[in-house]
Design a protein around this ligand. Structure first.
Ligand code: AMP
Length: 277
C-alpha cells in the first residue's frame, strides 16, 4: 500500500493501478464503519483508494475541528490490514492551495437538519468531495448511511455537475448496544458513552411505532423526544421525521421517511438516523 500526500503523487500512483477504482473518503480515526465501506469497495473494484483528511471547511466550529481525534499512523496500519491499495493523506494547503477561492454549494437538500444546525457545513463537504472526485476520478465512491443527508447532498452534486463517479450508500454500522460508530464517540466520557445509548432507543421507539401502523410524523417526533428526555444529560438539538427524498418535515407519512436527530453529550455532538421504507 502506498501513502501519498500530493496531487501529483496521487495522479502518478493512480495511473499504475487497475480499474475500476473505488474511493472511500474519510476524516481518519477509523473504525468498523469505515471498514465496512472499504470492504464494499474492495468487493466492487480492482483498486481501492482511501483518503484521510480532516477538512477544516466542513467544521463550522473551530474548537470541534481542533479537537477532532487524529492518529494517522494507526489509520494507515488499519488501511493496510484492510487491503487498501492507495492512501491519499494531504495537508490542508495541498487540498486548498494559497488563493483557493471556490465553494461548491448544493441547494434545497442541504438546507434543513444538519445544514440548518451547522451553517456552511455542507458547502465544505461538497467542495472537498468535488475536489476528491476530480483528483481520483473513481468509478464509485462509498459513503455511510450514518450521515444520511451528506450522501443526499453528494448525490445531488454529482448529478448536477455530471461527475462520472457513482455514489454508493452503505448501511450504518452499530455497536452491540445500538450506538452508531463515530470517530466522535472517542471523545465521550464513560458516563456519556452509557447515556448515548438513548439515541438508538429513541430511533427504535419511533420505528416500533411506525411498524405498529403509526403514520403521524409528529407522533414519531414526540416518541423520539420523550425517549431522549429520559436521559437528563442529553441536550437535544433536533428530532426530525422528514420525507426520505426531499427532507421536508412531514405531517403524514405516506412514503419513505427519514427519522433523524442530533444530540449533544457535553461537548460531543452525535447524529443518527433510521430510514422508514
Ligand atoms: P468520517 O470519517 O466521519 O467523515 O466518515 C467517513 C465515511 O464513513 C462517511 O461516508 C461516513 O458516513 C461513513 N461512516 C461513519 N460512521 C459510519 C458508521 N457507523 N457506519 C457506516 N458508515 C459510517
Amino acid at each position: 500500500m502506498q501513502v501519498v500526500r500530493t496531487r501529483a503523487e496521487l495522479r502518478a500512483a493512480l495511473a499504475k493501478l487497475p480499474r475500476p477504482v473505488g474511493l472511500v473518503p474519510t476524516m481518519g480515526w477509523l473504525h468498523d464503519g469505515h471498514r465496512s465501506l472499504i470492504e464494499r469497495s474492495r468487493a466492487d473494484n480492482a483498486t481501492t483508494v482511501a483518503t484521510i483528511f480532516v477538512n477544516p471547511r466542513q467544521f463550522n466550529d473551530s474548537a470541534d475541528f481542533e479537537k477532532y481525534p487524529r492518529n494517522e499512523a494507526r489509520d494507515v496500519q488499519l488501511l493496510e490490514d484492510e487491503g487498501v491499495d492507495l492512501v491519499f493523506a494531504p495537508d490542508v494547503a495541498e487540498v486548498y492551495p494559497p488563493g483557493f477561492d471556490t465553494r461548491v454549494s448544493v441547494g434545497e437538500i442541504a438546507r434543513p437538519l444538519e445544514g440548518a444546525a451547522r451553517p456552511g457545513h455542507f458547502d465544505g463537504v461538497a467542495t472537498v468531495v468535488a475536489i476528491l472526485f476530480d483528483l481520483v476520478a473513481a468509478d464509485r465512491a462509498y459513503f455511510g448511511q450514518k450521515d444520511a443527508q451528506q450522501v443526499m447532498v453528494i448525490r445531488q452534486m454529482a448529478r448536477d455537475l455530471a461527475l462520472p463517479t457513482e455514489v454508493v450508500t452503505c448501511p450504518t454500522v452499530r455497536e452491540a448496544d445500538g450506538l452508531a460508530l463515530s470517530s466522535r464517540n472517542a471523545r465521550l466520557t464513560p458516563d456519556q458513552r452509557a447515556a448515548a445509548t438513548v439515541i438508538w432507543r429513541a430511533l427504535s421507539a419511533a420505528r416500533d411505532a411506525w411498524n405498529g401502523g403509526e403514520r403521524s410524523a409528529e407522533a414519531l417526533r414526540q416518541r423520539m423526544s420523550s425517549e431522549l428526555a429520559t436521559e437528563q444529560t442529553a441536550v437535544v438539538e433536533y428530532v426530525s421525521c422528514a420525507d426520505g427524498l426531499t427532507l421536508h418535515e412531514l405531517d403524514t407519512i405516506d412514503g419513505p421517511a427519514l427519522l433523524s436527530l442530533a444530540v449533544r453529550f457535553g461537548e460531543v455532538r452525535l447524529i443518527d438516523n433510521e430510514l422508514l421504507e
